[in-house]
Write a protein that binds this ligand. Structure first.
Ligand SMILES: Cc1ncc(COP(=O)(O)O)c(C=O)c1O
Length: 423
């Protein structure tokens, strides 16, 4: 793992590169170049993180060779009834999957059913919808321009094509407008009310959502992909006990392998399992399930709590520094690991800033802001997250310095646009 200065205290990646080189010079060189890019850059992508070498090793293990369509025998699937594999030789991967499920229930202190097979967050959402909805059913979710994910109803995604999507908005301060949620829920009487986001910096009020869902007899689902690490560490209120279904990715704040998971009230277990396999996927990725189990063990350690707390402190310090320099931070600050800078009063776009930051070794991404006037390919904002660099040991002062480096890039872009306008 790299430290704050880009020193790597392990030779894991170099070992991997040399193994790859035995079959492909080209791929080895590409992996090595990406390794160096990540090592030397300040990574501020809110959906990324650096997982441990133990997670990486589990994902690169012999488990990658094993097919195991289906589900383990009891005990974990006792609530679902979907038991048994379609392949032999699964005794060990059965034990692994059961172990992984048990660990995740411990991490989130829940007795919900858990399915650790989804290959990604999008696959998890696809299966979660399938478990409780029919095509054409109405979903009420967060407006995509205001932080919702592609799988929450984008017109180009399966969610927008298969379901009748409607959206609630944020208020003038950029916070989820619970009055709007209530009003639209009463008007539409959706089958599902969905919350969770890819770019929302404030605490989401799960009890209030659950109450609204109950009042209109809707299912309530939380996609906690971004905040799952904070939830696990008690740094964000939990959706368990309020939501009927909870989906997540494992590679963002949770700091695990790339993948997804679904948690559900026990009465939905069978439907969820059938929606993952055989409906949405074939064989589970046993190696990734091993990585998810290692990640869960790490998440149960005290250091994980300390880490998540620091992620939040760092994010607050970074947002605060931008505010002090006169920038518009959407919602005026952050309660979690992410925030949006609203640059709509500048002549350059979010895309321009993303590219200019890339040139000086800072990785962040363009993002729409509330009431966005530009296209999603241009945008008027950028999204900034503190999870990866906190893994590398950055503290508040390090992030304050990052704010000033980004400010220098912004000033340069402003000057270039001013010169262009004069010319
Ligand atoms: C809220 C949310 N849900 C789901 C996903 C999808 O995850 P994946 O990229 O693993 O499909 C993302 C990804 O960024 C996300 O932010």
């Amino acid at each position: 793992m790299f430290d704050r200065n880009g020193n790597d205290n392990s030779n894991y990646n170099q070992m991997i590169v040399e193994e790859i080189r035995k079959s492909s010079e080209k791929v080895a060189d590409l992996v090595n170049r990406e390794y160096l890019r990540q090592k030397n850059n300040v990574e501020l992508i809110a959906s990324e993180n650096y997982c441990s070498e133990a997670v990486m090793a589990a994902c690169g293990s012999c488990l990658s060779w094993k097919y195991a369509e289906g589900y383990p025998q009891a005990p974990i699937t006792r609530t679902s009834g979907n038991k048994g594999r379609y392949y032999g030789g699964t005794i060990i991967v059965d034990e692994l999957e059961e172990y992984c499920c048990d660990l995740w229930r411990k991490v989130f202190k829940t007795d919900y059913h858990v399915n650790v097979q989804p290959h990604s967050g999008s696959q998890a959402n696809f299966a979660a919808y399938k478990a409780i909805l029919e095509p054409g059913d109405t979903i009420l979710g967060l407006n995509l321009d205001n932080g919702g994910h592609l799988t929450h109803g984008s017109a180009v995604n399966f969610s927008g094509k298969l379901y009748d999507m409607h959206f609630y908005d944020v208020d003038d301060n950029g916070r989820i407008d619970m009055e709007d949620v209530k009003k639209k829920a009463e008007e539409l009487r959706p089958k599902l009310i969905l919350t969770g986001a890819s770019a929302y910096s404030r605490i989401i009020d799960f009890p209030a959502f659950a109450e609204i869902a109950k009042s209109v007899d809707a299912y309530f689902m939380v996609d906690m992909a971004h905040i799952a690490g904070l939830v696990a560490a008690g740094e964000h209120p939990t959706p368990f006990g309020y939501a009927d279904i909870v989906t997540t990715t494992t590679h963002k704040t949770l700091r695990g392998p790339r993948g997804g998971m679904i948690f559900a009230r026990p009465e939905l277990a069978k439907k969820v399992d059938s929606a993952v396999f055989p409906y949405a996927q074939g064989g589970p990725l046993c190696h990734i399930i091993a990585g998810k189990a290692v990640c869960a063990e790490e998440a149960l350690r005290p250091e994980f709590k300390t880490y998540q707390h620091q992620v939040r402190l760092n994010c607050a310090a970074l947002a605060d520094e931008f505010t002090k320099m006169g920038y518009k931070v959407v919602t005026g600050g952050t309660d979690n690991h992410v925030f949006l800078l609203d640059l709509s009063d500048h002549e350059f776009t979010g895309k321009d800033l993303q590219a200019a930051c890339d040139e000086v070794g800072i990785t962040l991404n363009k993002n729409c802001v509330p009431n966005e006037k530009r296209s999603p390919m241009q945008t008027s904002g950028v999204r900034i997250g503190t999870a990866p660099m906190t893994t590398r040991g950055y503290l508040e002062d390090d992030f304050r310095k990052v704010a000033h480096r980004i400010d220098e890039v912004v000033k340069k872009l402003d000057a270039e646009k001013a010169a262009e306008a004069k010319a």
